[in-house]
Design a protein. Structure first.
Length: 246
């Protein structure tokens, strides 16, 4: 039985005491099916993503930082939704691609080049104090070019810089089979939904990266209200994500 254990937790008052507590808890459980990291601690789980050879190979190629490795369960959820898209009509979209790591893993896992699908990636890539979302460690003037280089071998991936939803004017699919929202901003994600939801293919999945996290509750509130008007309900996942099947 495999485990996945990484020392990657945020928001603790006393990290040393927290880690000591985690170790005491680990000493009291069977060392089987343990997942530890990304503010999630479970045991006795199958951790099926560890047996997904294509996925694990893509993670090994592209996830470099501790955080990128710790969010592996979240990344697998995104890949599940993208694989589902291959049975539907439409292209793939990610709003808030940041460095492009998750999107590159997705592209490898679904063998994007062989599918004939296009993958649209949107982000500001830079940050200043006037922006509603908070800064990420690698936001910079160089990040856009770095993201473009990550997909230099994939002409069907379109990396678009600008504010969502305004940047959709630079290019957006008419039909969407997969949508991943990770913009850390209620206004931006609501704008994306207002512009793109009508283009979603029946049966397509939307993954909301921030939906279950208290720090981003404004996003959950706005998205719940948006979908309540349409008769939908987002499912909160233990990973902190939200999932909706259209």
């Amino acid at each position: 039985m495999k485990n996945y254990v990484l020392d990657a937790f945020c928001g603790t008052k006393n990290p040393e005491a927290f880690h000591e507590g985690i170790q005491r808890a680990l000493d009291q459980i069977p060392p089987q099916g343990v997942f530890l990291g990304d503010n999630l601690f479970t045991f006795g789980r199958n951790l099926s993503f560890l047996d997904d050879e294509a996925f694990m190979a893509a993670v090994a190629r592209h996830a470099e930082t501790l955080v990128e490795k710790a969010v592996i369960w979240r990344t697998h959820v995104v890949c599940w939704a993208a694989r589902r898209a291959l049975r539907l009509q439409g292209d793939l979209v990610e709003c808030g691609c940041y460095k492009g790591v998750t999107a590159r893993i997705v592209a490898d896992v679904v063998a994007l080049g062989a599918t004939g699908r296009r993958f649209y990636l949107y982000d500001l890539f830079e940050h200043d104090a006037a922006m509603a979302h908070h800064a990420m460690p690698e936001h910079s003037r160089e990040l856009y070019d770095q993201a473009c280089r990550r997909f230099a071998d994939m002409p069907n991936v379109h990396v678009i810089k600008g504010k969502v939803p305004d940047s959709f004017a630079q290019g957006a699919p008419d039909r969407i089979a997969f949508l991943h929202l990770d913009m850390n901003s209620a206004a931006a994600e609501l704008g994306a939904l207002e512009a793109l939801f009508a283009r979603m293919a029946p049966g397509a999945a939307i993954v909301f990266d921030d939906y279950g996290w208290l720090a981003y509750r404004d996003q959950k509130t706005a998205e719940d209200e948006f979908f309540a008007r349409l008769g939908y309900q987002i499912l909160e996942l233990p990973t902190g994500q939200g999932l909706l099947i259209v």
